[in-house]
Design a binder for this molecule. Structure first.
Ligand code: GCU
Length: 365
């Protein structure tokens, strides 16, 4: 049943190389590069090279936070760009532990603590370090095509953006990698267990970040929908027109808008983004009432990306041959998936599922 549903999407073939040869285990690294170039060119834009050095300045530290269970730090990162220095702050919660902790880098909607999308104490209680930054400290989410402020302006002339110029998602993703640069210098962090997490537009961002940055061992994509986990081709969720209408097409490269009304002609689909993360871990969460994000399309792309996991000797998503009911949690394979009852939200229920998934899989390391 599921293979039939997938076949009806008529997806661009994942495992056929640009020269039409079948992709093998040996040629997967080359195929990976082909897919990365395609995604840069048509949707997210080209990410500039990482800076040689990221400077870190400790702004504040509390050694007795969260009932004395955690050390928290506020840190300012600074790095050189073609147009001068750029800086942004992030927060870090470190559980008090005598061993290095696994880490989650959360690309957050707000700088607030507490925050309704981030149950900090529970994350710490599960043994994870948590870093987060406010996405708008990197690039303001203006919805108006104005790139004269923030990280983008440090790399490109805002008035002359080429068709493949990075959009805001690319910029937020780049920032998550800079946070990781800094965290990987800290002995308190277990560098083999680092995840990047986000909800909605920031779930799209987390996926694009992990697709490019192989230092992330897992990704958490909550209700990420179109341009996130969901297949666009022949789906029932958002369309390119929805992004143009509300100004959020500037999350993408300028070429993205040329696919208005032509989603079925995109030369890639979102299973390609998930595939770039293989054989690392992916945990996708959908919400049953989140019609914009199109849960069946989020689920099917996990299934489609599993072909690469199998090519690499893993399993990807492990599921019975039917669409999940609300309340379903599928955590057996390297690709985890859950369908939560309720609407679009980064809920505590989602976090508990992701923490359970990470604990289950990371102990296999
Ligand atoms: C809009 C957008 C979605 C996105 C969401 C969000 O609704 O169209 O694609 O996921 O914002 O980020 O909250």
């Amino acid at each position: 049943m599921l293979q039939q549903a997938l076949a009806e999407r008529l997806l661009p073939p994942l495992l056929i190389m640009n020269d039409r040869q079948p992709c093998t285990r040996d040629s997967w690294p080359k195929r990976r590069q082909e897919l990365l170039r395609r995604l840069e060119t048509h949707i997210y834009g080209v990410t500039p090279p990482a800076p040689d050095d990221v400077e870190s300045q400790l702004l504040r530290q509390d050694d007795h936070d969260l009932a004395d269970k955690a050390i928290t730090r506020q840190i300012l990162l600074r790095f050189a760009t073609p147009r001068g220095g750029f800086s942004f702050p992030y927060h870090l919660f470190l559980p008090k532990s005598d061993r290095p902790s696994p880490l989650i880098v959360h690309i957050a909607f707000r700088p607030s603590i507490p925050d309704r999308y981030m149950p900090v104490e529970e994350i710490i209680d599960n043994g994870f370090a948590l870093a987060f930054f406010d996405y708008q400290d990197v690039a303001p989410d203006l919805h108006n095509g104005d790139f004269s402020q923030g990280l983008g302006a440090c790399y490109l002339d805002a008035a002359a953006r080429p068709d493949n110029a990075w959009g805001r998602i690319g910029q937020w993703a780049f920032a998550a990698s800079r946070v990781l640069d800094d965290l990987l210098t800290m002995p308190e962090i277990d560098r083999s267990r680092v995840s990047v997490a986000g909800h909605s537009r920031l779930g799209k961002t987390a996926l694009w970040c992990a697709a490019q940055d192989e230092r992330f061992s897992s990704v958490i994509a909550n209700n990420s929908g179109f341009a996130g986990a969901a297949l666009a081709s022949r789906g029932h969720g958002e369309k390119v027109s929805d992004f143009i209408r509300c100004g959020s097409s500037d999350w993408f490269c300028p070429r993205f808008t040329s696919y208005l009304g032509r989603e079925n002609e995109l030369p890639f689909d979102q299973h390609d983004v998930l595939a770039l993360i293989a054989p690392r871990r992916i945990c996708v969460g959908s919400a049953a009432l989140d019609v914009g994000a199109d849960p069946p399309s989020e689920f099917l792309s996990c299934l489609a990306a599993s072909d690469v996991y199998r090519l690499l000797g893993r399993s990807g998503l492990i599921t019975p041959d039917r669409f999940p009911e609300p309340g379903t949690v599928l955590h057996e394979g390297e690709i985890g998936y859950h369908l939560r009852p309720g609407s679009h939200y980064f809920s505590r229920t989602d976090w508990l599922a992701y923490l359970a998934y990470l604990r289950r899989h990371e102990h296999k390391n």
